[in-house]
Ligand binder design. Structure first.
Ligand code: SAH
Length: 347
């Protein structure tokens, strides 16, 4: 297997180039080419001598994704389908906002969590992504926006959400490695305020994460009783609501930060006024905001979103009890790029 230097941190990169007989400062040069100048080949790294570039190219790979399809939604959202080296497919979604872009990235090929409402779960789990494959999605989008900026695009890529295919905390080590290079000054240098990891609730990993990194946490809650959550999200049988909420309550939050709770509203399943009241109770003692996501349909689903009226009624109850709640308009539904619709369809 060739080395994937985008998945190494600075000290690992130094060690690697040393082992090849290069001076340690070459590691910084290489990282600069990879993460700042977004080089696609070692050959571009012109401050390295040609023989060094050739040697590096023979031992390492830095080009991990082949974009095979781009779909653009009527709202400007773009979905990219990538082929990996071993033929599997993943998707990322680039979402335009008023003054910036948000990129939604995948952490696994498929997903093993089995949530009933999510299309990614249907295909099952294929494999974990490597740190380099995770970060490459960001590099790809940055390159796209850099070339768009030559044609007048002023908005840059500032926000990253781990809300694509897969459960990031089930691929813990690779995700943390990718996050470190995303956040590092000499990496992609994203602000930790603008990077969000979303989890279905793998409790021990939530705890571990907070000791390793600062970033935003989102938790896909989706139910207010263990009975309903067990049914919708099998992970709840292992980590029930009480434990999950305790871990959230103990998650260290920097000033004024909040945990985001995603709540997919499903008609007749989790959208009653009682659910709304129970949700307020569950969130007691947590600085929380709730993103209400009306269920996005997909062909293999026998569930439906609630009516507009019951969505507003649900939101009103939360607001009346001083719980911040927004109804999130899903972007990109017409190209199957919305929450829960990513299938990496050629897998
Ligand atoms: N595995 C992680 C990351 C994926 S985030 C997690 O569960 O948080 C994907 C989000 O889309 C989750 O909040 C999930 O609850 C939501 N989702 C899944 N299927 C959906 C659907 N059909 N409609 C709306 N949202 C959905």
């Amino acid at each position: 297997m060739k080395i994937q230097p985008k998945g190494l941190d600075l000290s690992e990169t130094i060690e690697w180039v040393r082992g090849l007989g290069l001076e340690p400062y070459r590691a910084r040069q290489i990282r600069n080419w990879l993460f700042k100048r977004l080089a696609q080949s070692f050959d571009e790294m012109t401050d390295l001598a040609k023989p060094a570039r050739e040697m590096l190219a023979s031992r390492a790979t830095i080009d991990h994704l082949e974009a095979v399809e781009t779909l653009e939604s009527s709202d400007g959202t773009r979905k990219y389908l990538f082929r990996l080296d071993d033929g599997f497919f993943i998707e990322s979604v680039l979402i335009p906002e008023r003054d910036h872009y948000t990129l939604c990235i995948s952490s696994q090929v498929g997903c093993a969590m089995g949530c009933r409402f999510c299309l990614t779960a249907r295909a099952g789990f294929k494999r974990n992504l490597t740190p380099a494959e995770i970060i490459e999605q960001v590099i790809f989008a940055k390159r796209e926006l850099e070339s768009a900026s030559e044609h007048g695009e002023k908005r840059g890529l500032t926000n990253i959400v781990f809300m694509g295919m897969g459960e990031p905390l089930a691929n813990y080590q690779a995700v943390v490695k990718a996050l470190k290079n995303l956040l590092a000054d000499d990496g992609m240098n994203f602000s930790h305020r603008k990077v969000t990891l979303s989890t279905c609730g793998i409790v021990p990993k939530i705890r571990r994460l907070s000791n390793e990194l600062t970033l935003n946490l989102a938790v896909s809650l989706n139910a207010t009783t263990d009975e309903v959550r067990n049914h919708l999200m099998p992970v709840n049988r292992k980590f029930p609501l009480k434990e999950l909420m305790k871990a959230c309550r103990e998650f260290p939050l920097p000033n004024r930060r909040m945990i985001t709770f995603e709540y997919v509203l499903i008609n007749g399943v989790n959208d009653s006024p009682e659910d709304a009241h129970r949700l307020v109770t569950l969130l007691k003692g947590i600085r929380a905001k709730v993103n209400l996501i009306p269920l996005n349909p997909h062909p293999e689903l026998d569930l439906t979103p609630p009516s507009r009226e019951s969505i507003s009624r649900f939101q009103e109850i939360l607001l009346s009890r001083h719980t911040t709640a927004i109804v999130r308009k899903s972007k990109g539904a017409d190209i199957m790029a919305a929450c829960g619709q990513l299938a990496g369809k050629r897998n």
